[in-house]
Design a protein around this ligand. Structure first.
Ligand code: PLP
Length: 389
């Protein structure tokens, strides 16, 4: 029996998504920009998909721009908004140290191109303080980017409050909502943001497809050059099968959001309580009351997280030590470091991210094998004095 607890890295395709994508691959090969019958059929599929994604996030279909994933959506948001704002003379960007690399490295790139950036620290709660943002935003700030839910610890940010602060100073507000959509309700208007990024493969859709929501009226320069697709905002022939798969995934996510999120929260709590009760010297990372329902990040003192990941994999249980993009680096998680956790704790932390197929039996199987695995790993590493409770 194999158990997958790494849904924040990616999710399996929902069978309904596979079916819809297969049908489009087979039947709708037209280019949606073509005027003839084949093109118009593909365009109809694209329009339907745009509406479905818009419904999931409380948007107008015309505000949804399809991209090749969350990374491209983040790049388009940040580079596009920065370029548009530079015309007004604003050249300052504010973001937070626990953002995904797609945001952090894009901001870094923008600083090399002459923008200045403030990267805000977090505390152990993993929730960004509105006070810190208030101190950082100035009349020169073009853009503020803060993620909706963190991918490693799952903490949900007070986006409505943060976007209001950015707007008081006339700055554009972007949120990377890749890890929020499908897990908690995301209503872009209620959040008060201007730009929001999404990715299909985090909600049982295909990889390589995402979207940037651009509030009507927000100025954004395209990043790629080419044709006039996506209302001149993202050139290139659209990935129609992938986009239709994204739309089916979005519809399914909306229809099961309520039941699935309470089911997952109960499973996650069972996992966390079980680990804390059965394995000594464990701690949950991030504010427990303020997280997406599927994510638990737990540190196991005196255990190298990579070794624990491999040992669990040998038992048929897939977990992760942080974001899939930085796995294999042996660097402590930049998220846990940004939250002020000491390196040794960051290096002993494991993320369990649950999803649709997980059951109580999966959690119980983990709880059955984990204490023995942790004991064995601890016995192989010298433990600090007084740590054998
Ligand atoms: N933003 C966040 C918060 C993510 O977790 C991810 C995926 O790991 C991305 C962006 C990148 O999305 P994609 O894999 O679709 O490029």
């Amino acid at each position: 029996m194999r158990i997958y607890f790494d849904h924040n890295a990616t999710t399996p395709l929902d069978p309904e998504v596979v079916e819809a994508m297969f049908a489009v691959c087979r039947d709708e090969f037209g280019n949606p920009s073509s005027v003839h019958h084949y093109g118009q059929r593909a365009k109809a599929a694209l329009d339907g998909a745009r509406s479905a994604v818009a419904v999931l996030i409380g948007a107008e279909p015309s505000e949804v721009v399809f991209t090749s994933g969350g990374t491209e959506a983040d790049n388009l948001a940040l580079r596009g908004a920065a370029a548009a704002a530079a015309e007004t003379g604003r050249r300052h960007i504010v973001t937070a140290a626990f953002e995904h690399e797609a945001v952090l490295n894009t901001v870094k790139g923008l600083t090399r191109a002459g923008y200045t950036a403030t990267v805000l620290p977090l505390d152990a709660s993993g929730v960004l303080s509105a006070g810190l943002l208030r101190e950082a935003v100035t009349a020169n700030t073009a853009l503020v980017s803060v993620m909706h839910a963190n991918n490693e610890v799952g903490t949900i940010q007070p986006i409505a409050e943060l976007s209001a602060i950015a707007h008081e100073h006339g700055a554009v507000f972007h949120t990377d909502a890749v890890q929020a959509a499908g897990k908690i309700p995301v209503d872009v208007r209620a959040l008060g943001v201007d730009l929001a990024s999404f990715s299909a493969h985090k909600l049982y859709g295909p990889k390589g497809v995402g979207a940037l929501w651009i509030r009507r009226g927000v100025r954004l320069a395209p990043v790629l050059t080419g044709g006039r697709q996506e209302r001149n905002r993202r050139p290139g022939t659209e990935n129609v099968p992938g986009i239709v798969g994204f739309a089916v995934a979005a519809r399914l996510a909306a229809s099961r959001l309520e039941t699935e999120s309470s089911r997952l929260a109960a499973l996650r709590d069972r996992l966390e309580e079980g680990v804390l009760a059965r394995v000594a010297r464990t701690e949950v990372n991030g504010a427990r009351g303020c997280r997406v329902p599927n994510t638990a990040n737990i540190s196991f003192a005196g255990v190298e997280a990579e070794s624990l990941l491999i040992a669990l994999d040998l038992e048929g249980i897939a977990v992760s030590t942080g974001s899939a993009c930085s796995s294999g680096t042996l660097e402590p998680s930049h998220v846990l470091k940004a939250m002020g956790l000491p390196s040794h704790r960051a290096q002993s932390s494991i993320r369990f991210s649950l999803g649709l197929a997980n059951t109580e039996q999966d959690v119980d199987r983990l709880l059955e094998v984990l204490p023995g695995v942790v004991d064995r790993l601890r016995s192989l590493t010298p433990q600090p004095a007084g740590s054998n409770e």
